[in-house]
Design a protein around this ligand. Structure first.
Ligand code: ADP
Ligand code: MG
Length: 267
């Protein structure tokens, strides 16, 4: 059964899409079966995975509005090693259309059920907002990865996000938890970076990933070539950092599974 992880932060430009694309590529490089879902009408994760958002026959919009099944929406013949359900501007209409549909918070969850066995990880990239699309992502997920840039305003709005996650956990999805906090575009030469980073660790404890993602120009260049950094320059610091993150994520997941098994044995 796939572990579904939502990558979210209502701030734009913090590295959500970069994390979705490069983590998907890194998990796939360790032979995990990965599906990435682009849930942002801007379609950056779609383009960054080498699919043309203007040419999508079926996208996540059709998936959410019952016009296509997951099977039909999945692109599996891209140059990247993971599968993709793409997005484009059509998705803007979905938010309004979803309001009219039954079980509107659970459309994505229901649509993914038939393909859950096919993947080890499903990653969802989100728009920089907390709207019904994000609620769909959170209702479908086991965990949330929050990328954060260690700058002055980083913590602003984070309590709203944590509050939303709590609410979804209580009302719609009891499985949901914060999977990890990821420090992105990290620049250790700035003393402010260290201050904010220390605050994050104080607030979130060991939820903060040990792996930090450095500011690295290859990560910024790769999307214009329609590929993850691992494909564009596999020895770049950016590509290596996301590989390390994938390793940390897999280890954490295995530890969780082991302690769950132990708990069931002791029952
Ligand atoms: P979001 O999806 O949260 O809006 P993006 O992943 O699109 O953020 O990142 C915003 C911009 O910063 C993009 O131009 C991206 O290429 C660049 N970027 C993201 N992470 C890094 C990094 N670690 N080093 C350098 N540039 C980065
Ligand atoms: Mg983005």
């Amino acid at each position: 059964m796939a572990k579904i992880l939502t990558i979210t932060n209502q701030k734009g430009g913090v590295g959500k899409t970069t994390t979705a694309v490069n983590l998907a590529a890194s998990l796939a490089a360790t032979r995990k079966r990965v599906l990435m879902i682009d849930l942002d009408p801007q379609g950056n994760a779609t383009m960054g995975s080498g699919a043309d958002k203007h040419q999508l026959e079926t996208s996540v919009y059709e998936l959410l509005t019952d016009q296509a099944s997951a099977e039909e929406a999945i692109l599996s013949d891209l140059s990247v090693k993971y599968d993709l359900i793409g997005a484009n501007g059509d998705l803007t209409a979905a938010e309004v259309e979803l309001l009219q549909l039954p079980r509107r918070e659970f459309r994505l969850k229901m649509a993914l059920l038939p393909v859950m066995d096919r993947y080890d990880f499903i990653l969802i990239d989100n728009p920089p907002s907390l709207n019904l699309l994000t609620v769909n992502a959170l209702s479908a997920s086991h965990g949330v990865i929050i990328p954060m840039q260690c700058e002055y305003y980083a913590l602003e709005g984070i309590s709203a996000l944590v509050g939303t996650i709590d609410k979804i956990n209580q009302r719609l999805n009891p499985k949901l938890k914060i999977e990890g906090i990821l420090r992105t575009m990290f620049d250790p030469r700035m003393s402010l970076t260290k201050d904010v980073s220390d605050h994050l660790v104080e607030y979130f404890g060991d939820k903060v990933y040990r792996t930090v993602i450095p500011r690295n120009v290859r990560l910024a260049e790769a999307p214009s070539h329609g590929m993850p950094a691992l494909q564009y320059d596999k020895n770049s610091r950016g590509a290596l950092a996301y590989l390390a993150l994938a390793g940390e994520l897999i280890r954490r997941t295995e530890q969780e599974l082991a302690s769950e098994d132990l708990a069931t044995e002791q029952e």
